[in-house]
Design a binder for this molecule. Structure first.
Ligand SMILES: NC(=O)c1ccc[n+]([C@@H]2O[C@H](COP(=O)([O-])OP(=O)(O)OC[C@H]3O[C@@H](n4cnc5c(N)ncnc54)[C@H](O)[C@@H]3O)[C@@H](O)[C@H]2O)c1
Length: 285
């Protein structure tokens, strides 16, 4: 199937980034936020990001206008009725995702593909909320979606070959490298990454080193571009906690038992960069 119109549900970190990537790749994008405020802030974020690229000479004025013109921010889910592909990127919790997929199934055309950007949750469980499980898959982008080259393409039990081929073509048109993964919590990247991130918090709790030294150690010792605590702040501590909890539930491995400090920060509303504070303070930056 030929994908031209893409709907994105969720205007947070990932939804906004994917909207920009898809619009730059030439797709007509409808981005759905639950509130006018969310929709407006996503449009403002897109304008700011494109303006930066124009300033740096990476985009010309004409391209900026074209890309901006391809993105429409809406609040009603029914506006996604004409989309060929709808990619969900809302909060990392199963209940809201299944509810959303049930609604999208009733709204979208029979041929439309419904995909999830979940980091860890079961694509099969999300597909089960629809009457089109063959047309449901995972298209897992990485953060920031505008810069990270990878997409994990997730095949659930009933995903058809046609659906996967169309989803792959979409991700490749967005300039991404695609890897095929099975529908298992964390897929490849997060199943390997999150025990490491979680253990970094446990080292901090145990007083083995302070925050800055833990991050400096992994940057200097492993040549990683970011330290683990900086990376957790970038991902979002609520999303990170949800990922670690899902991995723990699936694998029962003590390495996946969430670090209490992570849960405490989430409890305090310190979710990382998106709220201005997490392991680091971003309020003055
Ligand atoms: N942050 C990352 O590094 C990252 C990377 C890859 C994939 N993901 C996945 O992308 C998805 C979104 O993550 P994010 O980082 O953009 O989160 P975010 O917190 O930045 O945004 C979440 C969005 O979901 C909306 N939302 C919350 N509850 C909702 C509900 N009940 N119904 C509809 N919308 C609701 C919020 O208003 C917000 O716009 C998650 O599934 C996450 O696992 C995140």
């Amino acid at each position: 199937m030929d994908i031209k119109r893409v709907g994105i549900v969720g205007s947070g970190i990932m939804g906004s980034g994917i909207a920009e990537v898809a619009a730059k790749a030439g797709f007509e994008v409808t981005l759905r936020s639950r509130t006018d405020e969310g929709a407006q802030s996503m449009v403002a974020g897109l304008e700011k990001s494109l303006a930066k690229q124009v300033d740096k000479g990476r985009l010309d004025d004409g391209e900026r206008t074209t890309v901006q013109g391809r993105v429409r921010a809406v609040t009603a889910l029914s506006e996604l009725a004409e989309c060929d592909l709808v990619l969900e990127s809302i909060v990392e919790e199963l209940a809201p995702k299944t509810e959303l997929f049930g609604e999208l199934d009733g709204i979208c055309g029979d041929g439309a593909i419904l995909a999830t950007n979940t980091s860890t949750l079961s694509v099969k469980a999300v597909a089960a909320a629809t009457n089109r499980p063959a047309q449901v898959c995972g298209i897992h982008f990485f953060n920031p979606a505008t810069a990270m080259p990878l997409v994990e393409l997730v095949r659930a039990d009933q995903t058809s070959d046609e659906t996967l081929a169309a989803a792959r073509a979409f991700a490749e048109a967005c300039g991404k490298t695609v890897v095929d993964v099975r529908d298992q919590a964390g897929f490849v990247v997060n199943a390997l990454l999150f025990p490491y991130l979680n253990n970094a918090v446990k080292l901090l709790e145990a007083g083995v080193a302070n925050r800055d030294d833990i991050d400096a150690a992994m940057k200097g010792g492993c040549n990683f571009p970011m330290g683990p605590l900086e990376l957790l702040d970038l991902v979002g501590l609520d999303t990170s906690l949800a990922i670690i909890e899902a991995l723990h539930a699936e694998f029962k491995d003590p390495n996946y038992e969430p670090a209490p400090m992570l849960a405490a920060l989430v409890q305090d509303g310190k979710l990382g960069r998106k709220t201005g504070a997490g392991f680091y303070d971003y309020s003055k930056k």
